[in-house]
Every structure is written in structure tokens, then in C-alpha cells.
Write a protein that binds this ligand. Sequence first.
Ligand code: NAP
Ligand code: HSE
Length: 460
Amino acid sequence: MDVMLTGPFAGEIELSAAAFNGKLSARMQVNLGIIGGGTVGGGVYDALQRNGALFNSRLGATIQVRRVAVRDLKKKRGSTIPKALLTTDWREVVFDPEVHLIAELIGGTTTAREIILAALKLGKPVVTANKALLSAHGEELFAAAQKYGTNLYYEASVCGGIPIIKALREGFVGNRINALYGIVNGTCNYILTRMKLEGADFGAVLADAQKLGYAETPPDLDIDGHDAAHKTGILASLAHGFWINPKQVHVEGIRHISALDIKFAGELGYTIKLLGTVKKLDDSCRVQVSVYPTLVPNSHVLASVNGVFNAVFVRGDIVGDALFYGRGAGKDATASSVLSDLGDAVLDLKTGTKNRLPAFVPHECDGAVAPISEVVSQYFVRLNVTDKPGVLAMIATIFGASNIGISSVIQPEGHAGASVPLIFMLHNATNGTAANALKQIAKLPAVKGQPVMIRVENFE
Ligand code: NAP
Ligand code: HSE
């Protein structure tokens, strides 16, 4: 793969990779260049100030922050980064011959891509927390790392402080991952938790998540499910050995989840979570990879993962079920994962093992993501109907004709002729069949507004 670089230092790159690799082997001090001094970049700087001595003694090397690139030198920062380290030109950091290791912590998919490719081309290892970029351009970046004899590390890209990338790549290297379910977006989990426990308003809680540094810019990436889809795609790729294009991930966010849905789900013994689901469907390497609000039984451990916490439930064919839990977003949790990657990068530099574990190793077989219409689920359906004789029978007839079984119905007591909620719990059906039945139901004159359909997961 050819790496295109632009900018004033582009010409210098060609000679530098070999020179850089030769120079470094003699040193035990690794100089770090951080691009981005916001929530995560500032968190990494502060964590290194706090635990640098411990970190260095564990690694048997010294890591030193040499420069930090930001956009605005005048901005007030919630971190201890000294002004003297700051520059507004990332090239001054990446092309500094005394910088050995780069942390890309700006986000976005344009400049971040350019920065990472420039550093890799120089033979400099890169640590990133940028799941949007990996999701869209992972294969290109991995190929560049391979080509220039260096590596790309991305533990912080999924689930903040939880070392789930290491767990899948190393801890479960001997397992087939038959299923993986993840609460992988801290912002959405924070919003859904506060809506459920405090009856809080969606917009107000989102504003709090932004103030706490959990949300992406813009936060639509979180609430429309795209951030969770980027992360779920990365986990699915590692579990199944083929890099998953984000366009193949079926995504639904939490914008349409109402207080009524949370209330009725609760009455039925469930909690609504935005869940990333990765499920092996059959022996032909077809995999479900999706993100959607899901009713989780209150008896399941994922139902009690609250606030900004994330959790990933992994079902391996040898290990059985395993659970990973921790803070999914925020300054310190994310810094912890960046430090984990910095540790790996330093050790790889120190011992000359930069390709010990390449960023991504395709394996197993040519997998494929199954279309959502073919995926089988159970469903919670909430309708708003006119309370009059025969309505329930008409709706039940449509479900029956579609071969969809009803497992329970709730209709709170209403007044004849008034609008009332009508809740159905449905047995297994393909998403295509369920969507079709709901389309017919929505056309009935007694059904007001669009039906709400939320999938139910029983983790069987
Ligand atoms: P942030 O608080 O908005 O910080 C972004 C930083 O990048 C800022 O310091 C900004 O400079 C700097 N920056 C932006 N464009 C730049 C450019 N062209 N050149 C130099 N500096 C530039 O974002 P964040 O929350 O730290 O997120 C960073 C990355 O980590 C993203 O990929 C995000 O998805 C990922 N991540 C975030 C979290 C989290 O909890 N926040 C968790 C996991 C992963 P100024 O400060 O001057 O504006
Ligand atoms: N916006 C992301 C979240 C940050 O809320 O989970 C962590 O990746």
C-alpha cells in the first residue's frame, strides 16, 4: 500500500525510517510526542507525571514527553502540560528526530490519518485512541505499519480503561469467540442509566456527559450509535479475523428511547442498554455485527452495568463466559489504556520486537457480516392504539400470519376510545419478518404514530 504524505517535511521521510531504527537501539530513553492535549492527551500527560517512575521501573526504560501538539496555545487546559512543551504544528512533533514514539490523540479521520501515516513511514510506532479512524482506515494503517517495520497500538480505542483488545488478541488467542456482547459507549450508558434511575431528561444528561469529557465531538456519534459501532466493529474484527467495514454494521442509537419504554421494560423485568452484539451465526463464518438498544434481563450481569461504566461479555469455545468491566470513557480511564500501549511500544522498541504482535492479523477464513434482515431476535414492541374492541385481535392476527409468536401482552387500563400504550413481547423471528409485520400494523387506523420495536437478548 502506498502512503501519500503532504507538508513541508514530506521529503525528509524517505531517509529517516532506517536511520531512526538504527539510532534508537542504543538508547534506554524513549521520547514521546503527543498529538492532542485535550481530555485524553492531557490525561496521558498527567498520568505519566503521577506514575512515571513506577511505569519506567516496570519497563526498565525511561519515557519522556518531549512535545505536545494542540490547536490553540491560549486555551485553558484541565491538565498540567507545561506551556513550553506545546506547539500548534503536529509536524514539529512527528518529524523531530529526537521523538521516538507518537501518541495520536486528536480524533477525527483526516488529519489524524495523515499524522499516523507520517509517523509510521518514519518507522515510529504510534499509539492511538481513535476508533473512528481505525474503523474507517484500519487496514490501510496496519499495512503501513507492516511496510515500514513498525507497529500501531490501539487499546484505548475500545472501552476506555478496560484492556479488552489485549484480552481478545492475547488472552483468548486459543479460543473461537462464539459471541460477544458489549456496553461499549460510556455516554449512552450514562444517559440510559440516569433516565432509568432518576427519570432524568435526555438532553440534560447528555450535557452532563459532555461536561465530564465522555462525549465525542459531535455527540451525535455517541447517541446515534456510531461510536459503539466503530468499537463493536473493531472487537468483531479481532474476534473473527477479517476487518469489518463500518458500513456493514447495523446501527441504531438511543434517541428514540422514551421514559415509557424504560418503564414498561422495567415492569417486564428488563433494563434497556445500548448493546454491541457480535454472534457467530453458523459454520460458514457469517457473523452478526450490530449495535442497537436491547432489553437485557435484570438477572443478567450486563443489566447492572451503570453510569459511564462499560462491560464486555465474551463467550469463548474453550474459556466459556468471561466478563470485563470498567470505566468506558473519561480522562483517567482512557489514559490508563494509552499507558498500556505506550508500555508495549516501549518494550517492543527496547527489545527490537516491533512485529511480535502486528496490529491486526487476518485469520481463520473469509468471514462475512450477515444482513440484519436475516438475524433472528426476540422483540419488545410498544404501540399507541385507540382503546376499542377488536384492535388487539387485528394486531395478533398480523403477528400470527407472519408466524411470530406472542409471549406476553400488557395493556394498562384505559378509557374506551382514548389512546393507550399496548406492549407485546414476541418470540424469535428474523428482523426482516418482524419489520414487515410492524409495517402492516402501523397502517391499521387504530394504531397511532410509529410502533417502537426494541430487540430482547436472553444470552442463550
Ligand atoms: P478532545 O478533548 O477534544 O481533545 C482533542 C485535542 O486534540 C485537543 O487538545 C485539540 O487541541 C487537539 N487537536 C485537534 N486538532 C488538532 C490538530 N490539527 N493539531 C494539533 N492538535 C489538535 O478529545 P478527546 O476526548 O481527548 O479525544 C481524543 C481521541 O480519543 C478521540 O479519537 C476520541 O474518540 C478518543 N477517545 C476519547 C475518550 C474520552 O473519554 N474522551 C475515550 C476513548 C477514546 P485544543 O485543545 O487546542 O483544542
Ligand atoms: N465517547 C466515547 C464514549 C468515549 O462515551 O464511550 C470513549 O470511547
